[in-house]
Design a protein. Sequence first.
Length: 272
Amino acid sequence: MNRLDFLKEQCTDKKHYPLLLAACRAALTGGFILRDLYGKPHTITMKGEINLVTEADVASETAIVASLQEDAPDIDVMAEESAGEDLKVPAGKLWVIDPLDGTTNFAHGFPIFAVSIALMENGQTTIGAVYCPLQDELFCCWQGGGSWLNGEKIQVTKTDFLVQALVATGFPYDIHAKLDAVISQMRAILPKVRDIRRAGAAAVDLAYVACGRLDGFYEMDLKPWDTAAGWLLVEEAGGRVTDFAGKKYSPFYPEILAANSALHPLLVKQLA
Ligand code: IPD
Ligand code: CA
Ligand code: CA
């Protein structure tokens, strides 16, 4: 049986199915490359003082883009390693790709990283796929179709007290400029919750909120490819995604707060 046959049974929606299949096929293609290169010596270049790019980011991106262009040749791509600085909310359809989310983890042999692929249509994600190659976990979702992990439907938690919540966050690459803000958020959240995780891959954090391994996630200074797929994963799993103030979310806005709907307002209050 083909690795992706399960999608045909789950996604009976004719509009979404071919593109969902394309997204998942491309996510697996990139992920297999990452798995092959994991643990071997890397060629590293620097995008900033602590912001790495490895040969795997580039190889994964090249293979993902080729796969998407084969399956859906008329849809443009925005992929991290070739996107440049000028990021605009897309009109029409656009694939938004992080070929390796968690590059620092990958380069250090810390086994949490993923490929993230979203199809955005006029600023809204309609299809999302996040693949964690070492765990062989494929998360996917489509608008109106729920969120799935390796063929099983997933849901956010029902935790409704902060003191019972496991919350994740992440730190920006320009930490020197943002240190006060990061610390003051941490000061507000950490004493209220059960614990905080910084696993190092925003797409994985969001996928883990979607499947209930985490109760919430917040981070500043993210890029569209970090969150475009995870945004829909959380919402289709019954969660809420906004900015820190609880306002409408867009992956083109740098801050994100994702949680189940009971905890979400409590976290907005702490982040205020
Ligand atoms: C990073 C990861 C990390 C987050 C950073 C992101 P990258 O993505 O998602 O968890 O804290 O802000 O840039 O650079 O590994 O693709
Ligand atoms: Ca990323
Ligand atoms: Ca990346």
